[in-house]
Ligand binder design. Structure first.
Ligand code: DP6
Length: 329
């Protein structure tokens, strides 16, 4: 739905990687070296509006009401340039993006942000891209964003050097499985090391990176099968191995990267305690200290209550499988 020519708005949800992406096979084209599997999350929404404006002599980028930093703007402009090339457009754009969730570390705002930007900017440029093309476009800016183009359960395969068209695909729609993800925020503040920089450091310096590349596809396969069969225990075990192995690569990089805080371990202990009492609850962490716990919808209240009572947990949300990217008015 276009508001006026040259203008469009899109909404995309964040996603949680059940099987983690960490490491690139092509840094320039941003191609992931391992397959990842995710669940798109409702509630954690980014809304982005783009207008190509003849009166502008440079792109203007605003994030959550403030002017984007030079670094943030550069990543946005790189995507706009790709779209302008494809649409044979010269106009500069006004971009304004809002996260309807805290941009705290590890809550994957770059995934929803670049998925929403790809959809809004391509529509504003008059391009009618397929979901596959949108996903490839989003992936070139941030690989996790390729997954947010689709709703429900999503896979982004590993790619090879030069794989410019690599895109995610949907494994199952949101209605396939009534899971819940309880997000426990532990400490706030910006990320210590961004994921792009962190994974490059792991690739170059962690002695465990090779093992990670060998093992990660196995966890992704197990997780895909578990999604198909709605096997929460099978999914949870492989998901925890995937997250621990990626954090192991980060921690053994040089210099080391500790995304965890002491509170992360305390919250992990809570999740293990729940399991010891028979609740199928499984934890995963991204490039930040927050603990995200996957469980059945019938256990969500209990899991949330346990995490709310955990020392060092400052806030919790319950999210569920959500929709893919959509244009808005
Ligand atoms: C730990 O997608 O943010 O969240 O492609 O360099 O932008 P770039 O990285 P990004 O990395 C996400 C890393 C992760 C795991 C995941 O979401 O798969």
């Amino acid at each position: 739905m276009k508001v006026r020519p040259n203008e469009a708005c899109a909404r995309a949800c964040a996603n949680i990687a059940l099987a983690k992406y960490w490491g690139k096979s092509d840094v320039k084209r941003n191609v992931p070296a391992v397959p990842s599997v995710s669940m798109t999350l409702d509630q954690l929404v980014t809304e982005t509006r783009v207008r190509f404006d003849p009166s502008l002599d440079a792109d203007r980028v605003r994030l959550d009401g403030r002017r984007a930093s030079t670094e943030e703007a550069a990543r946005v402009i790189a995507m706009l340039d790709r779209i302008r090339r494809e649409a044979r457009l010269r106009l500069r754009a006004r971009v304004s993006s809002h996260n309807h969730f805290p941009t705290a570390a590890g809550l994957a705002s770059s995934a929803s942000g670049f998925a929403a930007l790809a959809a809004a900017a391509s529509a504003a440029a008059g391009l009618r891209l397929s979901s596959r093309k949108l996903s490839a476009l989003a992936r070139a800016s941030s690989a996790s964003a390729a997954r947010s183009v689709y709703g429900g359960f999503v896979e982004l395969p590993a790619g090879r050097h030069g794989d410019a068209d690599l895109a995610a695909r949907q494994l199952a729609p949101a209605a396939h499985w009534n899971l819940r993800l309880v997000v426990a925020q532990t400490v706030s503040g910006p990320k210590k090391v961004g994921s792009t920089e962190g994974m490059e450091r792991s690739r170059k310096t962690s002695p465990y990176y090779r093992t990670w590349l060998e093992q990660a596809p196995k966890w992704a396969r197990t997780i895909k099968r578990a999604i198909k069969e709605r096997d929460l225990d099978g999914l949870g075990q492989a998901m925890e191995q995937s997250t621990l192995a990626f954090h192991c690569c980060a921690m053994t990089s040089s210099p080391p990267i500790f995304y965890w805080a002491p509170q992360t371990l305390t919250a992990l202990d809570t999740v293990q305690g729940l399991r010891a009492r028979g609740v199928s609850a499984w934890a995963t962490m991204d490039a930040g200290p927050h603990v995200k716990t996957l469980c059945d919808s019938s256990d969500a209240a209990r899991v949330r209550q346990a995490l709310d009572r955990t020392a060092g947990v400052t806030r919790t949300w319950v999210t569920k499988p959500g929709p893919g990217v959509e244009l808005c008015s």
